[in-house]
Design a protein around this ligand. Sequence first.
Ligand code: SAH
Length: 399
Amino acid sequence: MNLATALLKPGEADRHAAGHPWVFSNSILRLTGAVADGDVVQVKDHRQRLLGVGFYNSKSKISIRLLSPDRVAIDRSFFEHRLRSALAVRQKHLPEATSYRLVNGESDFLSGLIVDRYEDVLVLQTSSLGMDIRKAEIVSVLRDVLNPRVIIERNDQAARKFESLPVTNDVLFGDAPASLPVKLNGLVFDVDLQAGHKTGLYLDQVANWQAVAQAARDAVVLDCFSFVGGFALHAARAGARSVLGLDQSADAIAAANRNAVVNGVAERCQFEAANVFDWLKARSMTGPHEKLVPQFDLIILDPPSFTRTRAAVADALRGYKEIHLRALKLLKPGGTLATFCCSHHVDSVLFQEVILSAAFDARRMLRRVATYSQALDHPVIPAIPETEYLKGFAFEAVR
Ligand code: SAH
């Protein structure tokens, strides 16, 4: 194997020795040997000690994505080995599941590759050039290991522009249906394979849908940012008296309504296309001598990430505080607030601080009764902090 070498500046090696796969352009001292974008390079510290091998891309701020600490060939058998290990993790932790995230990029030591399994359909996303140009090989290994009916490429995510990759959606193998009924926790969700968010569903929340529903028995439930009804349908099945789901996407609301019918809970579920900020504001405003009568027993807040960068954290915190303050005003004493934050830049300590400050302003006292994380098919690798992003809490309003 004749590989070009990237030598790192002094002081830059430790985080990679500890397992972090992203080598930023400004930590490289020099490149020796000929290398094209997408090639495999070896990475060494300034004393020439090997740190690993990975994909190179001069066009990305992440110049190298390490794939292995050893000098292995990045070939068919490498991908097969990594995919089989990823599959084993899911079989161990989610033995009953037929739909799950099979490969979660850095969490599975395959930076730049995501593969979701929806029943017998696989949906693939490549967000690094090195992975992108090896798509055919990856598809061939996926066919061997999982024997799927269809493999789809959903490469319409914004992150591709950081690697100068074009946006493309395609069918890589088989005949793709427009949508697919997918079973999760015994409920059926209609997945739009060509246009749904992410690859179709928020699979990172699947375990939390079930956990939050424990507080839904006989409850009047408000599911904010409901998407296609993950929390709402689980709450209805668990015996909620009524469930109202809100999302700004008309397509998501239409799908949520179809899902409610298919699962036989339509008479207790209602979904409305609305901006949650506006809706909560309108419902929680009071006139000068008016007293607000809270009506909800369980409120779920699962907003999109309000910040993708560290720089915008302050704005994001204002957004989080606003929805918590308003939601708490609508929550009955004794009721439950289940709330989530999917921004890596807002950690659970900071997130809870924002909630507490909203509770202070709303004059509510909270009792924390549960903490949530991302599902086990989105493994957290503590040595790679970016793999941990989803956190949530359930609070009961003491008063
Ligand atoms: N709870 C869902 C996932 C929610 S993802 C689940 O578990 O499957 C965030 C959702 O918020 C998206 O569906 C998006 O359409 C919606 N959204 C984003 N901003 C919004 C806003 N201001 N008001 C209402 N919905 C919004």
